[in-house]
Design a binder for this molecule. Structure first.
Ligand SMILES: Nc1nc2c(ncn2[C@@H]2O[C@H](COP(=O)(O)OP(=O)(O)OP(=O)(O)O)[C@@H](O)[C@H]2O)c(=O)[nH]1
Length: 243
């Protein structure tokens, strides 16, 4: 004989302590919460493009990283510095959401710096690269971070990337030094290789996830509060009635 009779969640017999009117109200409220979550997700999918900017000294591999992420390839050979600025659109799948990134590749050369500053203001994410084989590019990240704090929004997602990790024999910056600097500034850190593709997708996915975490939860127009839709009723502590 079956001593425990299972009920659908939230449906309790009168003896169990919740009447049917209350339980159907509860179900309606739950449905309403789910509808709001889906609406927020749909609105997110339709509305949001996140401006993401690659910054760092000339030659650290910003263009190469973007080409690797976008086309899955590395073009070796002579280095030609980026002049001005350009962007690539990419869509990432983060859970059930589409995260649209508009990724801007900036010129690292000093003479283009004032142009780059203008793009910081409406950026939601910044990937700051240094080259693990170049001490000056690592040292300059502090100046880049100062600029970022000066020109970018307060809640911008910042990721520090130690690129060219494939060049082990030429390495002059240890991974721990990168990690330490990232901790100091409270930013996310990864070592990447635009050549082998190591951690390239991961870097952009990490940014995408962080953007979703902030965007879905934070914008006022898409916020929902459980307390607005759920009555402050007590949930019964038992789930099943005994017969
Ligand atoms: N081995 C190795 N070489 C890389 C890597 N990333 C970039 N390079 C090389 O480094 C040089 C500079 O790369 P770019 O991508 O042009 O650098 P950038 O940061 O865009 O430079 P600017 O446009 O001047 O700001 C090129 O010769 C690339 O082939 C990497 O991960 N590993």
């Amino acid at each position: 004989m079956n001593l425990f009779r299972k009920h659908a969640p939230g449906v309790f017999s009168r003896e169990g302590g919740v009447d049917m009117t209350q339980s159907s109200q509860l179900l309606r409220h739950r449905r309403s919460v789910m509808d709001q979550i889906s609406a927020a997700a749909v609105a997110y999918n339709q509305d949001f493009t996140h401006k993401t900017i690659l910054v760092g000294d000339s030659g650290v591999g910003k263009t190469s990283l973007l080409v690797q992420f976008d086309q899955g390839k590395f073009i070796p050979g002579s280095f030609s510095a980026t002049v001005g600025i350009g962007f690539t659109n990419k869509v990432l799948a983060v859970d059930d959401l589409k995260v649209r990134l508009q990724i801007w590749d900036t010129a690292g050369q000093e003479r283009f710096r004032s142009v780059t500053h203008a793009y910081y203001r409406d950026a939601q994410a910044l990937l700051l690269l240094y080259d693990i084989t170049s001490k000056s590019s690592f040292d300059n990240t502090r100046a880049w971070l100062t600029e970022i704090h000066e020109y970018a929004q307060d809640d911008v997602v910042i990721m520090l990337l130690g690129n060219k990790s494939d060049m082990a024999s030429a390495r002059v910056i240890r991974r721990e030094e990168g990690e330490k600097l990232a901790r100091e500034y409270g930013v996310i850190f990864l070592e990447t290789s635009a050549k082998t593709g190591l951690n390239v997708d991961e870097a952009f996915m990490t940014v995408g996830k962080e953007l979703v975490r902030r965007s879905v939860q934070l914008p006022v127009e898409h916020r929902f509060h459980l307390h607005d839709v759920m009555p402050p009723e007590k949930e019964p502590s038992v789930c099943c009635s005994f017969r």
